[in-house]
Design a protein around this ligand. Structure first.
Ligand SMILES: [Zn+2]
Length: 505
């Protein structure tokens, strides 16, 4: 790859950091002064009877919460909040240049570059609500995910415990992980779980639908990070099962993290065992799931990435169908009628639907019309992802070896990653650009979960163990202004709930 001898291409004067400042919202970054309504933060300590420890309270921040819910790109001044006149600085990582000025000056600099995105509700996953809060221990803004109604039944208990275990297991810069879990109350009052994660300013859906230009450098560095995170997840034996732009968080430095593991599970190696088809948002759903396969592999995530790659290039959803059957029809319009071999895992009803229809020729060259950035290399890689037969679809590891991603890798490890570092004599690159995990994620704990009460006790114990010897435990501050609405917030909107499978027969 040429990293040993230093970068083989040079930057075109565009800094990924600066570029991202133009397309993402600002408001939570350390580079802007904080909102007066947020500061100062109270760190309240209370004696906790159950642990004998000290408990810090998290204060809800209504402005931030509103921002998150509205997908707001508002600056504090636009949100009607007063701003302090103090010195703030923006750093450009690539140019190593500091821009210093008063808060207002910095804001206006950014405002000049930034078009405001339209308001839309965000912050909901399939099974949880995400809020923006401030960690009173260090004043940093973090995301707080509330997992409500955990202990309604055994299925939801197991699902939440699995997600919790995964969030604590992940250690990868392109995969969101748990920074902390709020201290649970006594088990008799234990109904909800709150997980603290890094706060990301935007996500790929918001960026794609925004009017901001996306250069081919952006597309490459985003795709590189998606695949880098996915290679890690797949190496852990985990299928994400809901890869979509809204689940790819992006921060102000263009760093991307895969999030929302509410539908994730460990891969099933025994092909005779059935897997649920209630997975993956329809537009990104792989053809084998649409055709009712009872068993599928991590190739379903790669299909989703292919759809997202095309969406990044064309700035529109690739297969935007009204129903699962039309979804399949749109796919075959592009790829042509699949062979019987490619449909071998499909259910009979789905096969009959394909065979009943007209024989279609593939129309892949149409991918070149997605945008001027759809170069030969881009379309070549895209066509390796959008393969009907999952066993012939490219893996995340092999996709990362595609020449199209060389520039994305270079950019990422030159100025965005945490695995390489700069010295006075130049950049020192890591020995492993796309690390995997070893050992895999172990889900054998799920086999012994048999009752709600038992799982509740195990999760309670698990959370307490995570906190051992670490920092001061956190819990929700019932005195905070947003406490009521936060406590009453439940899951999501129907549109974000897991999709229903199509019944073919
Ligand atoms: Zn690196």
């Amino acid at each position: 790859m040429g990293f040993g001898s230093g970068p083989k291409t040079t930057h075109t004067g565009k800094c990924s950091t600066c570029l991202m400042k133009m397309i993402s919202k600002v408001g939570f970054g350390d580079d802007l002064c904080a909102d007066d309504s947020v500061l100062p933060l109270d760190v309240k300590h209370a004696w906790n009877k159950s642990t004998g420890g000290t408990v810090a309270f998290i204060n809800q921040d209504e402005t931030a919460e509103e921002d998150l819910q509205n997908n707001s790109t508002k600056f504090p001044s636009q949100a009607g909040a007063k701003h302090r006149e103090h010195t703030s600085e923006m750093q450009c990582v690539h140019h190593k240049k500091l821009t210093t000025g008063t808060c207002k000056e910095v804001q206006s600099q950014i405002l000049q570059q930034l078009d405001i995105e339209p308001d839309r509700p965000i912050g909901y996953g399939a099974f949880g609500v995400v809020w923006s809060v401030t960690d009173p221990r260090d004043g940093k803004r973090v995301a707080l995910k509330k997992m409500p109604n955990v202990f309604q039944n055994l299925v939801s208990c197991k699902r939440v415990f699995r997600e919790l275990k995964m969030l604590c297991f992940f250690k990868h810069d392109n995969v969101l992980s748990a920074l902390d879990i709020l201290q649970p109350p006594h088990i008799d009052y234990f109904e909800e779980i709150y997980v603290v994660t890094e706060l990301m300013q935007s996500d790929l859906h918001k960026i794609i639908v925004s009017p901001q230009p996306l250069s081919s450098d952006h597309v490459k560095v985003f795709l590189y990070q998606i695949l880098r995170g996915l290679k890690y997840l797949h190496s852990a034996g985990i299928l994400h099962r809901d890869i979509k732009p809204g689940n790819l968080l992006v921060n102000s430095n263009c760093v991307l993290k895969i999030c929302d593991f509410g539908l994730a599970r460990v891969e099933e190696l025994d092909e005779s065992r059935h897997m649920t088809q209630e997975v993956v948002t329809q537009y990104y759903r792989a053809p084998e799931i649409l055709m009712g396969s009872r068993h599928y592999s991590n190739a379903i995530d790669i299909w989703s990435v292919g759809c997202i790659f095309a969406e990044l290039l064309g700035r529109r959803i690739l297969f935007q169908a009204q129903s699962p059957i039309q979804q399949l029809d749109l796919i075959t319009d592009l790829l042509g009628t699949p062979s019987l071999e490619a449909m071998r895992t499909a259910c009979e009803g789905a096969k009959a639907h394909i065979l009943r229809g007209p024989h279609k020729q593939p129309s892949l060259p149409v991918l070149y019309t997605l945008s001027s950035q759809a170069t030969h290399e881009a379309v070549h890689l895209l066509c390796r992802m959008l393969v009907f037969d999952p066993s012939k679809r490219i893996s995340a590891k092999d996709a990362l070896a595609h020449p199209y991603l060389d520039e994305g890798r270079l950019r990422y490890h030159t100025c965005m990653c945490k695995c390489c570092f700069s010295t006075s004599t130049g950049r020192v690159y890591t020995s492993d650009f796309e690390p995997i995990t070893n050992p895999k994620f172990d889900d054998t704990f799920e086999k012994n979960l048999s009752s709600v009460r038992q799982v509740k006790e195990i999760i309670h114990q698990f959370i307490l163990e995570q906190q051992k010897g670490n920092r001061v435990p956190l819990c929700i501050n019932p005195q905070s202004a947003a406490f009521k609405s936060f406590i009453s917030s439940t899951v999501a909107q129907p549109s974000e709930m897991p999709p229903s499978p199509l019944v073919w027969e």
